[in-house]
Ligand binder design. Structure first.
Ligand code: SAH
Length: 343
């Protein structure tokens, strides 16, 4: 099998060039073609000699994805892609336009193991991890197709990023490399359902990204009902990891809280949450739960959310409601999935 050249760092590419009997600086040129210019074939690399290009073709593959389906929201220009990978698997990504630029929500796995009850991503099961190049390809393909520059990334698509740790970290390093697309860590958010061991590992990387935690409940009883991961690491273990993370990185954590009517949206839930998060360097993002056709959860009322925000405020916690984009194309949090029947 040929090697996956788009998943290689510059240092690794240099080693490869030397092993092919080439000069190390070729690595920087190739890296730039792959990551700055989103080259999809070696023949696009016009400043690389024909001989070397042929040699590269023999030894390496450039893994790209193709657009299987593209949906554009009539409300807000949000674009949802269904991408096909080399082995035929399908993944979804979403591009959103904000005042400050374009943000892409990328998937990190084909399917998901975590089984959160309100989320569509795991319904069809888990298939496999994505490689760094497959995560990157979502960005490069969307940029090319829309003729835009993407400036922000959220790892909030299908999959649990910390359950694909090594590939995700590699992706983060490639995407923020100044020789490539160079998206700064400060413009990247990574969301986890609470894989505590992963949070501790991430802490050691000392990255400037924003860590988002999908909390969705203030106590173990409520959380375990909707998130099986809570039976592995409970709320106190998770929040302890968050506190340690904040201490080590000095970065504010963002807590995601999907408001589900009658499940986790009472004033008492807000008070419990306030007590748990009091004093932490954090922000709470309330998301009216999005409908998923296989699930019967309904979103909380506006009044419920306002009351929740007010109570959290009393504990000194800043909370805002996340704007929902792409509602007509099922492009919102928890609605992405891997299947062909994506709508
Ligand atoms: N596995 C990671 C990344 C997925 S991010 C994680 O769990 O954080 C997707 C975000 O959308 C998570 O916060 C997830 O809990 C949330 N989500 C899932 N289903 C949802 C739904 N139906 N409505 C609103 N948010 C949902």
């Amino acid at each position: 099998m040929k090697k996956d050249i788009k998943s290689m760092s510059i240092a690794e590419l240099k080693e490869e060039m030397l092993s092919l009997g080439e000069k190390a600086f070729k690595a920087t040129q190739i890296y730039s073609w792959l990551h700055k210019h989103s080259a999809e074939s070696f023949d696009e690399m016009t400043n690389i000699s024909k001989d070397l290009r042929e040699n590269l073709k023999k030894n390496y593959d450039i893994y790209n994805c193709t657009i299987e389906k593209k949906l554009v929201s009539v409300y807000d220009d949000t674009v949802k892609y269904l991408f096909r990978l080399n082995d035929g698997e399908l993944i979804e990504s979403v591009v959103m336009k904000y005042k400050y630029g374009y943000t892409i929500c990328v998937s990190s796995q084909v399917g998901c193991k975590m089984g959160c009850r309100f989320c569509a991503s795991g319904i069809a099961g888990f298939v496999r991890n994505l490689t760094p190049s497959e995560i990157l390809s979502q960005i490069y393909k969307a940029q090319k197709d829309l003729d835009i520059r993407i400036s922000h990334i959220v790892m909030m698509g299908v999959g649990e990023p910390l359950d694909n740790y090594d590939n995700v970290i590699k992706f983060l390093r490639l995407v923020s490399d100044e020789n490539g697309i160079n998206i700064g860590m400060r413009n990247i958010s990574l969301s986890t359902c609470g894989v505590v061991t992963g949070i501790y590992k991430l802490m050691e990387e000392k990255l400037q990204l924003t860590l988002s935690i999908s909390l969705h409940a203030p106590d173990d009883e409520t959380r375990s009902k909707t998130m099986p991961v809570n039976d592995r690491w409970n709320i106190d273990e998770l929040l302890k990891a968050c506190k340690d993370y904040i201490k080590a990185t000095n970065r504010r954590i963002s807590f995601e809280y999907a408001m589900i009517s009658g499940v986790n949206d009472s004033d008492e839930c807000a008070r419990k949450l306030g007590m748990k998060l009091k004093g932490m360097l954090c922000h709470v993002n309330l998301i009216p739960v999005n409908s998923v056709k296989e699930r019967s959860y309904t979103k909380s009322s506006k009044e419920r959310m306002e009351s929740f925000i007010k109570i959290l405020g009393k504990y000194g916690i800043n909370a805002t409601v996340r704007r929902t984009l792409g509602s007509d194309i099922n492009a919102s949090c928890g609605q992405l999935r891997r299947g062909e029947n994506s709508n």
